[in-house]
Design a binder for this molecule. Sequence first.
Ligand SMILES: *Cc1c(COP(=O)(O)O)cnc(C)c1O
Length: 418
Amino acid sequence: MSNQAPPPGFTTAILHADPDADIEHGALHKPLHVSVAYGYRDARDLAAVFQGCMPGYAYGRQGNPTAAALEVKVTGMEEGIATVCFATGMAAIGAVMLSLLKEGDHIVASRYLFGNTVSLFNTLAAQGIDVSFVDATDAANVEGALKSSTRMVFVETIANPRVQVADLGRIGELCRARGILYIVDNTMTSPWLFRPRAVGAGLVINALTKYIGGHGNALGGSVTDTGLFDWTRYENIAANYKNAKPELWGITQLRKKGLRDWGGTLSAEQAHHIAVGAETLALRMDRTCANALALAQFLAGEPQVRTVHYPGLADHPQHALSQSLFRAFGGLLSFELRDGMDLFDFLNRLRIVISSSNLGDNRTLAIPVAHTIFWEMGPDRRAEMGIADSLIRVSVGIEDCADLIGDFAQALAESPSN
Ligand SMILES: *Cc1c(COP(=O)(O)O)cnc(C)c1O
């Protein structure tokens, strides 16, 4: 009927988002706006910007045009209605909690979470927020933990480092039925592999530092409102943020309380790096996932390897679920060496793979989990999360696959016990 062009594909939309708006000199990239303050010839316009009656910028902590251009891209990638960017992924998660929770509120969180998020939630618990950690691979555990004071449910898609997959669809149904805000940290899958909107998430977190930026050269985080949550049912929205349309209440409070007051602002330079990285997200992610699957299959066949955890392997407990939810199985795997093999010696024998804590870099990085990123939480909590002392996490990059497998093969072959 209509002769409108079909909507652009994922990558086309990212590449052409900037020129949709007027850019100085026809530049193909959104320029870096590094000014801290913005001046107005008519002081009434300055007042109007402050009062939210006119779009515009006033002070850099509240955002800048370069970060705003990235927000538009992330909103498109997640098929949401609005996004706020932050200086890091943790700043994004912290801002959500700080701006939307009050003392006495209850949240249900997955027991399998990024370690610093666990640490943050423990801080919240010490400050009067009631936090329950549950095994979110089964929605029944989430349901069993709900209280009348439950304000939000928080899960990750594929958990780091043991790659458990949350019961994303059923938890979404549960939250919708109970009117509870459902927050999904989509960092491990990125919007190319999965859109949490499809399972009813109200807010989507991305650590832009990881796959979306992709090059390990910029920190950033984002929160996207999918438009699915009914903010009129949320108790903690301040009266002065209810002037906007109800679908914007949450993101408005997040931008004011979470970004402006908390101050974890994404700089223009970092936003630019991340926006350039985002252009190739789909290409890099396809290569990363193919490499990760090949490496997981290789390791699973090696006698020196005791166990491999990867959602793409048939013996993973949520393999079928992952297949139904995600475009591919992600770039993260973890494994344990056979008893008696020293994991530090093994890591030192790797020549291409770098011992490093980041993930979602183009380079393949490996880390002894219990001794580093999950050290601070102690042995009991590690055991609850399924983290053995000998666990090695691998964030698979985009190297040529044969080089990657060759590197692991030589490091296994040179084992002294061989
Ligand atoms: C890295 C990560 C974060 C935090 O992001 P930063 O940019 O490092 O603060 C949050 N969630 C997940 C799942 C992550 O992997």
